[in-house]
Design a protein around this ligand. Sequence first.
Ligand code: CAA
Length: 250
Amino acid sequence: MSVLVENDGGVALVTIDRQDALNALNVETLTELRDRLRELAADDTARVVVLTGAGEKAFVAGADIKYMGGLDPAQAKGWGALGHEAAWLLEEMPKPTIAAINGFALGGGCELALGCDIRFASTRARLGQPEIDLGIVPGWGGTQRLARVCGLGVAKELILTGRMIDANEALRIGLVSAVADPVVHHALGVARKLAEKSPLALRVAKLLLNLSPGALDREAEEFGDLFASADAKEGLAAFAEKRPPQFTGK
Ligand code: CAA
């Protein structure tokens, strides 16, 4: 088993552990990751998901290059679809997802981090989309999500050059929200705070943030619907009563 899930008080920590290949993802590991993410998406006891890599060196050093060397176009499309599904689950599951980038996050590793709602990096993290130097392009969402997170100009520069950036540059361009050591502690701290919030409001906030711009009708509708929930009543009342809210998910 190379993907470990530990659920502690509503915060699920997912650790990818294939350290002899810097946590690069082969079919077995990526399938395992996809399956665990599917389960977490449906598991109400997991209110926030934190994704990290095992060991000191890597978050995920990318898709397994040795495996990809033998793929024909049809197989490569299937491989791309599997990575897309994992990144899509991180992006769309109805609860916050956080990447704790503890080392190399390259190629598919950076793309999985981009699928997460929030990214934090350790001081020794190195990020990038080096596919261009392998004669390929990002295949697990990087061409779209990097542009959405950092802007089209930055995404073009990073993807066309394939250069690796350090944690401070990642912070400067908005690819990560904070640099902290040990990054997994920082991410778990933020996750625990999120786990105290209303899961209903978090789900709707994420859904709305993921909509394409211009979807204001949908925002108005979802915003209004939330007012039928006990959590919205509780949260609004608690503010007025100067006490912490007690959310029940109802
Ligand atoms: N795939 C397969 N094996 C990998 C790997 C990868 N992506 N990254 C590292 N490894 C393996 C190395 O081959 C090496 O294995 P051996 O000991 O058996 O030779 C082991 O991990 C340790 O790596 P290094 O000795 O290279 O470690 P280093 O500290 O000298 O260098 C590194 C670290 C700069 C990250 C370097 O390993 C590297 O450049 N890795 C490849 C990064 C990359 O190009 N990632 C993108 C892949 S393409 C992709 O992801 C496509 C997509 O969009 C889906």
